[in-house]
Design a binder for this molecule. Structure first.
Ligand SMILES: [Zn+2]
Length: 466
């Protein structure tokens, strides 16, 4: 099948690009001023054109049926006066695997000379979008082959759309000003509840939360708002239906764009691995949670924004995280006979890796990215389903500029529990490994120190660069 017919078959390829064309402000030209940026934004619809298997929720038993609204990928390109660049790509998707990011990084370096450290991918973690993760890893899940094929093809079309999107955002760059503000929203509740049977997934009103709603405002030099980037640390899982939908994050973006006509709203998922929107499971709650987050953005805008100046510094590094050794061959053979298809697939794949020649690694190469805006804002982009302990700890430990911690960035391979949660046990500590095609064993308790040390190292690096 040709690329063009494939594209038509699967995806509506609508692309809109907003040009930020405004005269330079009087302050422009001085590297330390908030008006000395260039910014460009682009949007593409990524809703599958036909029914497809949906991501998230192991209990799904059929493909999608229609849509509530469209899913989008959006890119914001920023450049300081010295030409340092970063492109933030946000997507109404469950998560992007490492292999996909690496391919995209390579392609945008070749085409646009964008450094790998300047590409930041964030997925909203909606569970009402198409499956885009490792499709080979799903082959033991009894999915119909036609659904696996559709997923592989969708992912290829998505790749082309994202390459194009990044290029369009870079092309659209024009003088702009940046500022930072933040609000609060109570949508997310901790979902780890201690019971007589250990920790289960249920609302826990006493568990840790991060209710911050950080907002980056991108304006033209006339002061008119062009882009609103906002974050929240909570699973994007109000809904568990069969219609494509951006869930609360999709509604929040929609409401903000309706209130601020001509503005692109971009959602950045935070460290919400152990947070659920509460209450949940109805469309009305998804809309209300979206409204609550949109209201928090309005509240943030009502407060005084702080100018965000350059220079821009970016860093991308890897922490080598230690994994538990796999279960014994005897134990894996017992698990491979399980009636649970996820347990069975996990054990079979693990046996293949153990018995194969040198394929099994007991470490995971974990991506950490830092974006430093002068002395005014630090963005930390962490891979995986990061638990809230990380954002709370990093925001309290890092001195100086406001700190924005994003999860679900660059490589969504599984959960990233803190030392506390690993010791407590439960789904995010251990159980969830069965449902990822990455077939990892749980992390050892060193995970938190290794990640936090790498963040500190990269923050020191970007803050010391002249
Ligand atoms: Zn999740």
């Amino acid at each position: 099948m040709s690329w063009a017919s494939l594209r038509m078959l699967i995806v509506v390829g609508i692309v809109t690009v907003s040009f930020l064309v405004f005269p330079l402000s009087p302050a422009a030209g001085a590297g330390s001023e908030s008006g000395a940026w260039k910014a460009g934004v682009a949007t593409v619809v990524i809703t599958p054109e036909q029914s497809m298997w949906m991501a998230g929720y192991a209990a799904r038993n059929k493909p999608s049926e229609g849509k509530v609204h469209d899913l989008y990928a959006k890119a914001l390109a920023l450049e300081d006066v010295e030409g340092a660049r970063v492109v933030l790509v946000t997507m109404d998707l469950i998560g992007i695997p490492r292999e996909f990011r690496d391919r995209l990084e390579k392609e945008v370096r070749l085409r646009y000379k964008l450094a790998g450290s300047g590409l930041l991918l964030n997925a909203s973690h909606t569970h009402s979008g198409p499956e885009v993760r490792d499709w080979r890893g799903t082959q033991g899940w009894d999915l119909p082959q036609e659904q696996i094929d559709l997923g592989v093809r969708y992912t290829e079309v998505l790749f082309g759309q994202l390459v194009d999107l990044v290029g369009r955002a870079l092309e659209a760059m024009a003088p702009a000003q940046l500022s930072y503000t933040h609000g609060r929203a109570g949508v997310g509740m901790n979902r780890r509840l201690l019971t007589a049977n250990g920790f289960v997934i249920a609302p826990n009103a006493d568990g840790p939360v991060d209710h911050d709603v950080p907002v980056l405002v991108v304006s033209g030099s006339d002061g008119k708002t062009r882009v609103l980037v906002f974050g929240y640390a909570c699973h994007n899982t109000t809904l568990s239906d069969y219609e494509f939908c951006g869930d609360y994050a999709g509604f929040a973006q929609q409401y903000i764009q309706e209130t601020h006509l001509g503005t692109t709203a971009m959602f950045v998922a935070g460290c919400g691995g152990d947070q659920n929107p509460t209450p949940r499971r109805t469309m009305e709650w998804a809309r209300q949670h979206g409204r609550a987050i949109a209201n928090a953005v309005e509240a943030a805008l009502a407060a005084k924004s702080r100018p965000v100046r350059g220079p821009l510094r970016v860093a991308l590094g890897e922490a080598s995280l230690e994994l538990e050794p796999p279960p014994s061959v005897e134990e894996l053979k017992r698990q491979a006979a399980s009636n649970d298809k996820y347990q069975k697939r996990y054990a079979e794949e693990m046996l293949r890796e153990i018995e194969g020649p040198g394929r099994r690694s007991n470490t995971y190469p974990y991506l950490v990215q830092v974006v430093q805006f002068g002395t005014d804002l630090t963005m930390i982009a962490l891979a995986g389903e990061v638990l809230v302990d990380y954002s709370l700890r990093l925001k309290s430990e890092l001195p100086g500029a406001p700190v924005w911690v994003a999860g679900y960035c660059n490589d969504v391979f599984g959960y990233v529990p803190s030392k506390r949660v690993l010791e407590e046990g439960g789904y995010e500590a251990r159980g969830a490994v069965l449902y990822y095609g990455t077939t990892m064993t749980p992390f050892t308790p060193s995970v938190e120190k290794l990640i936090v040390d790498k963040v500190h190292e990269l923050v020191r690096q970007v803050r010391s660069e002249k």
